[in-house]
Write a protein that binds this ligand. Structure first.
Ligand code: NOJ
Length: 565
């Protein structure tokens, strides 16, 4: 009801500013908008096809804003839709200040931003900061001669000896990270595909040009950026070889190495501090693709004075990889152990979907609700991946010939690439799941008739309605908005239990991470907490409206969210 009223308000008061809307949704007014926001990642190619060419597009996204508003999303992050040869489906940008004609026009983007604003949904773009396409005019100039003014915008070196790259660094996408260019017989560095040459961030002209790009989009109304491959910005200028890891080889047959000389160099933090200043001019938010091995590395991305990224993604949490109360408890404690807003994701366009990754084949729907109940009730920012709210599964290509992602072609069958997590959004049970009237670029998953928005909207027990109820609770309950995290029953091997508490409100979250029923007695007293009973706010299984804190009965993989009384 509250959401419907808000919806009416939004359509009447077109000019309301967004921070006023954020407060309307609840939460401490001194918090920044992104501290209460729920983000939703969209892979534009696969979301909604408005012109029936088999590829999703910007107009398609705009047509689904009402759905996203109904669901309870506050900001959408679009993976790159800039002009691109599409070698890496947009992560090879050939013009940062335009839109690829496959996805529409700048006018379409302006309309998406404006329509989003009307509904309180901000637009975040994917800023590919580490590299461009080899078709970007900057690189075309740079490769033209050793003396071209743009030569130093990229990383060019002589080979070690004839036909030998400058050092042993390998590309994440297979093979050496260097390619020799016949025009000058020098090698350029590419951490990803050869068609994605790395920019040289040691050159101040690169910094200026890229910051101008950020300003250009901020002025068009975007609310921030997700910074792609942000750990990669700098390399050791001496090009020291990386150490190898025990004779191991990866899916592409390359020796496994520790990328200590081309990832995580401390210089990158200086750039992030400067970019943050630019971003602050526009009240923007910076999300980081911060794959780190340690929590200390992760912490650094916030900046020693909170002056770098507001939202570096916690891939340590992401990497837990199995339904385990002790493992999640430990990772949450790590994220809670320092200042800064934790950022949680379970799936994205590079990794298998959570439905498949965590599903046991028997309780997949319960597990989908369980995981939602976990990261949507934690203190921090969740980033949903399109389709997880309806329980979309991974749909890997069946044969090598079907693969579209070049790393899948190279790594087959050990690495099938990323097509499986990028299948078309399932809107209804009709042709192509309502994504397009024509054959989509990537096949629709076989389960679309059962798992789609239209069917699940009608079913009160669907994964979709569970997400919606959970998001509504999260937006309106003061303890879920602003409460501190208190771990409970910390020795329980099967059940993850915690409180969020704020201003006298205490919300209890009890998650059964096992495949058997559990009866839980909460250790509230040892934490100095007293409660007579619990009033259920949301549960993924049938349970009495009021419960006894000395015995909470949970179904296998059941989630129980209640207010302590
Ligand atoms: C990370 C992106 O998420 C991935 O999709 C892309 O291939 C690489 N960065 C290169 O831009």
């Amino acid at each position: 009801m509250r959401r419907q009223i808000l919806g009416l308000l939004f359509s009447c008061l077109v000019c309301l500013n967004l921070s006023a809307i954020a407060q309307e949704k609840g939460g401490r007014p001194d918090q920044r908008w992104w501290q209460h926001a729920v983000f939703y990642e969209i892979y534009p190619r696969s979301f909604a096809d408005s012109n029936n060419d088999g590829l999703g597009d910007i107009k398609g996204i705009t047509s689904k804003l009402d759905y996203l508003h109904w669901l309870g999303v506050d900001a959408i992050w679009l993976t790159p839709m800039f002009p691109s040869p599409q070698v890496d489906f947009g992560y090879d940008v050939s013009d940062y200040e335009n839109v690829d004609p496959h996805y529409g026009t700048l006018a379409d983007m302006d309309q998406l931003i404006a329509e989003g604003k009307r509904r309180g949904i901000r637009v975040i773009l994917d800023f590919v900061v580490n590299h461009t396409s080899d078709q970007h005019p900057w690189f075309i100039e740079s490769r033209s001669s050793k003396t071209n003014p743009k030569r130093d915008w990229y990383i060019w070196r002589d080979g070690k000896s004839a036909g030998q790259p400058p050092n042993n660094w390998t590309s994440l996408f297979g093979g050496p990270a260097w390619r020799v260019d016949p025009a000058t017989n020098q090698w350029y560095y590419h951490y990803f595909y050869p068609a994605q040459p790395d920019l040289n961030w040691r050159n101040p002209e690169v910094e200026t040009a890229m910051f101008d790009v950020a300003r250009w989009w901020y002025r068009r109304g975007v609310a921030g950026f997700r910074l792609d491959a942000v750990t990669n910005l700098f390399e050791d200028p001496e090009l020291t070889d990386n150490p190898l890891v025990d004779h191991q080889t990866n899916a592409y047959g390359d020796p496994v190495q520790q990328p200590i000389h081309n990832l995580e160099l401390p210089e990158l933090h200086g750039v992030l501090q400067q970019l943050r200043k630019v971003s602050d001019e526009y009240d923007g938010v910076l999300i980081g693709e911060t794959w780190t091995d340690t929590v200390d590395q992760l912490k650094r991305y916030y900046g020693e004075h909170g002056n770098e990224l507001q939202l570096p993604i916690d891939f340590l949490f992401f990497a837990v990889g199995k339904i385990s109360a002790p493992d999640f408890r430990k990772q949450i404690a790590v994220a809670e152990s320092f200042e800064g807003q934790p950022v949680y994701v379970f799936s994205n366009h590079d990794e298998p979907r959570q439905y498949t990754k965590y599903g046991d084949g028997r309780h997949n729907d319960q597990i989908a609700k369980l995981l939602a109940s976990l990261y949507l009730t934690l203190r921090g920012t969740p980033i949903l991946y399109y389709g997880e709210e309806i329980g979309m599964e991974n749909n890997d290509p069946k044969t090598k010939e079907d693969v579209q992602d070049p790393i899948g072609k190279l790594g087959w069958p050990k690495d099938k690439g990323r097509d499986g997590e990028r299948t078309p959004m399932q809107w209804n049970a009709e042709v192509n799941a309502g994504f397009s009237q024509v054959k989509p670029w990537n096949p629709v998953d076989a389960l679309y008739k059962q798992y789609n928005v239209e069917v699940e909207r009608r079913d009160p027990n669907s994964i979709l309605n569970y997400y919606r109820n959970l998001l509504s609770l999260r937006h309106t309950n003061p303890a879920l908005l602003d409460g501190k995290y208190v771990a409970l029953n910390e020795d329980d091997p099967n059940v993850l239990a915690y409180l969020r508490s704020y201003a006298g409100k205490r919300v209890l979250i009890v998650l059964n991470m096992s495949g058997s029923t559990q009866a839980v007695k909460l250790d509230l007293l040892s934490k100095g907490i007293s409660a007579k009973s619990s009033k259920v706010l949301l549960a993924s299984f049938k349970t009495p409206k009021r419960g006894n804190v000395n015995k909470i009965d949970l179904e296998p993989f059941g989630a129980y969210i209640a207010e302590l009384e």
